[in-house]
Design a protein around this ligand. Structure first.
Ligand code: C2E
Ligand code: CA
Ligand code: CA
Ligand code: CA
Length: 279
């Protein structure tokens, strides 16, 4: 029971308390796991629609809990964002990506860009761009080798300041992609106003596109808009040959999804790259 301000006591169900305790435990575990190096990046290729050659890779975080296995981000990113732990975690992941770019020199993955997911909480940090500049310098990596994936809602929170931050990031050479495009409420004017390079068509539209003509029309509209705004388009969550061929026919230049490759650790990615070598 907890004390209620107005009228005495209020009973909370045990399950609500259990959930709060579990969340707190998760947060504490994360706090220890970050310096312990338990968060690792896996990489999923984005391929050219025509040739299926790797054009870039998306970095996706996993929590390596040893015997308990790999934990998917949906289970801990929200807690990391609420607690602010996403800031030190995000920095560590950006550093991992820079180190990876350095290691790929002289391999089949040399020159492949890494797209890193960044949350609003990270981008609201005044120091974000300066820390990024420092990382690029320390790892001798060009900003052009990195992209940041943000969502439409990031553009819409504190837009004025966000615009300033994104311009600083662009000035370092990074590309900016809008993730899960089509699910938010941003308008064309946002895409024009912000320094955006790429839109990623949300998986939900790709999933049903073979049966649902309205999803196909929506993708067609995104492609037409992107051509006139000179944006690159990546379709996410491509799982079937049917989806891939309709998307290629529609003129979608880049595809990503299980059909081509699942996210994998750096060693497996290199094996994949060696069998899908680039020109
Ligand atoms: P997202 O950025 O939209 O990432 C795409 C998700 O779709 C990934 O899930 C990926 O494994 C999955 N996926 C890729 N291809 C397919 C497919 O063909 N079919 C299906 N069904 N799924 C596919 P994942 O790795 O579990 O990541 C979930 C979300 O967690 C990401 O969604 C992103 O929002 C967040 N996330 C992942 N890594 C990071 C990170 O380093 N930082 C932050 N802030 N968020 C991250
Ligand atoms: Ca993403
Ligand atoms: Ca996405
Ligand atoms: Ca997402």
């Amino acid at each position: 029971a907890k004390r209620d301000g107005r009228n005495g006591f209020h009973l909370f169900s045990p399950s609500a308390d259990d959930a709060a305790i579990a969340r707190l435990k998760l947060e504490n575990d994360m706090r220890r796991a970050i310096p312990n190096g338990e968060f690792v990046l896996h990489y999923q290729p984005v391929v050219e629609a025509g040739t299926h050659r790797i054009s870039s890779v998306e970095a996706l975080v996993r929590w390596d809990r040893g015997e308990e296995g790999l934990v998917r981000p949906d289970l801990f990113i929200p807690v990391a964002e609420e607690s602010g732990l996403i800031v030190p975690l995000g920095e560590q992941l950006l550093e991992q990506a820079c180190r990876q770019l350095q290691r790929w020199r002289g391999t089949a993955l040399e020159g492949v860009r890494i797209a890193v997911n960044a949350s609003t909480v990270q981008l609201r940090e005044k120091e974000f761009a300066a820390k990024l500049a420092n990382l690029l310098e320390r790892y001798d990596v060009s900003g052009h080798q990195l992209e940041l994936e943000i969502t439409e809602s990031t553009l819409m929170t504190d837009s004025e300041r966000m615009l300033g931050m994104l311009e600083q990031i662009k000035a370092l050479g990074l590309g900016i992609s809008i993730d899960d495009f089509g699910t938010g409420y941003s308008s064309l004017s946002y895409l024009k106003r912000f320094p955006v390079d790429t839109v990623k068509v949300d998986r939900s539209f790709v999933r049903d596109m073979e049966e649902d003509s309205s999803d196909r029309e929506l993708i067609r509209a995104i492609l037409a808009m992107s051509r006139s705004l000179e944006l690159k388009v990546i379709a996410e969550g491509v799982e079937t040959e049917g989806q891939a061929s309709i998307l290629a026919e529609m003129g979608c230049p880049y595809l990503q999804g299980y059909l081509f490759a699942k996210p994998s650790d750096p060693a497996s990615l290199l094996t994949f790259a060696n069998s899908h070598s680039r020109p």
